[in-house]
Design a binder for this molecule. Sequence first.
Ligand code: ADE
Length: 229
Amino acid sequence: MLTLFPEMFPGPLGISLVGTALEKGIWSLETVDIRDYGIGRHRNVDDTPAGGGAGMVMRADVLGAAIDAARASAPALTAIYLSPRGRPLTQARVRALADGPGVMMLAGRFEGVDERVIEGRGLEEVSIGDYVLSGGELAAMVVVDACVRLRDGVLGAADSLGEESFEAGLLEYPHYTRPREWEGRAIPDVLLSGDHRRIADWRRQEAEALTQSRRPDLMATAAKGDNDD
Ligand code: ADE
């Protein structure tokens, strides 16, 4: 994790399922403080944008040196730059990253990073959604969390991955548990029928209706039977 704020890590990644997996050594995390590669007495990492305009841009020479140092110890890693300009993260991309050798992630601050470092170091730009965060660190944590929970030994046997949202290209059906009635709301009868066939049909219909109303874009992909991206 290349960041100006290494103290943000592991942060929430040190807690619960993912944190326990970190303690068990199922995954590991190394932070690189970009400031260590800063220029001059003040360890400058940014400068004003060429062409003028507001904000500051992270320097290509500083980031290049930080990336090269990280790559020297881990050359095989996929290199990602978290950015709202990136391709939106999907469960399919998460699966591929989780199956891979690991990821090197650059978390930007300020207006962004010098474009030449993205090109020159072949960084894959990844977005976690159409909104702008104050830095890439939280986005990087989202990527890690989504990947780590797919690794063997992280989820208990009781936690099924098979039916969760996006695995079939659909949003997940609604869940219920005791009590049977709460504030006048009953659990749908079909779920108490013991008829596994009817339950499966009902869940499929609910998942399709939910996806159709909230995410019609996913519906189009699910219909093609292709949710690989
Ligand atoms: N950095 C700032 N906003 C971001 C976003 N939406 N996704 C990924 N990285 C970001």
